[in-house]
Design a protein around this ligand. Sequence first.
Ligand code: ADP
Length: 213
Amino acid sequence: MIIILIGAPACGKGTQAELLKEKYALRHISTGDLLRAEISKNTPLGEDIAKLINNGNLVPDDMILGLLNNALKMKGKGIVLDGFPRTLTQAKLLRGIVKDQGEKIRAVVNFTLAEEEVVQRIIYRRQCRHCGNIFSVRFVKNFDGHCPKCDSTDIYQRADDTETSARHRLEIYKKETEPVKEFFKEKTYYMQTDGNRPVQEIFKDISSFIERK
Ligand code: ADP
């Protein structure tokens, strides 16, 4: 089973990917996470990636493909793709890979979210280094630097989560990723979901679509 999640930055793809991974025993492949892992290795490649990401630009298709090469070997286990494909070239390449492996796409889920909500989510997004919790300081009453889940003070903000980068990422999203939506739109496995709803409501929507007859 292959599930593809597309949508603007911070629309909730990562959160839903984790829930889907648990429910359907899938591998969660996040290109953003793969890229950040490369950055943390402090390699020359990682440095190039950091410059691109931190300014809100996309990483070139061949670099992404290089990183994904192994991850995309399905080996019978299903996958949930989060952050890929992000360009039309990537979408076409993925279609080829899926076909070559005799696999099938079960769902392409497109999350909708108003632009101002995207920006708000990005600039208030924080992550806890201790437990990995990703949360919005918008919804933590009297936020005092403690993780609402585990109380650790080891909280950070992603380097690309600034307002300037957020607005730039939205522009790139419209130019590069909207065509991916158009590419899949007419397929029977395409669905759209309103990303501005409670996590569990969205999850229920996606799950019933996946389990459709
Ligand atoms: P978000 O959903 O908030 O944009 P991600 O973690 O998915 O965050 O991605 C972070 C950044 O990594 C993107 O802004 C982009 O620079 C880069 N990136 C992730 N996936 C891709 C991809 N498939 N192609 C090109 N660049 C990518």
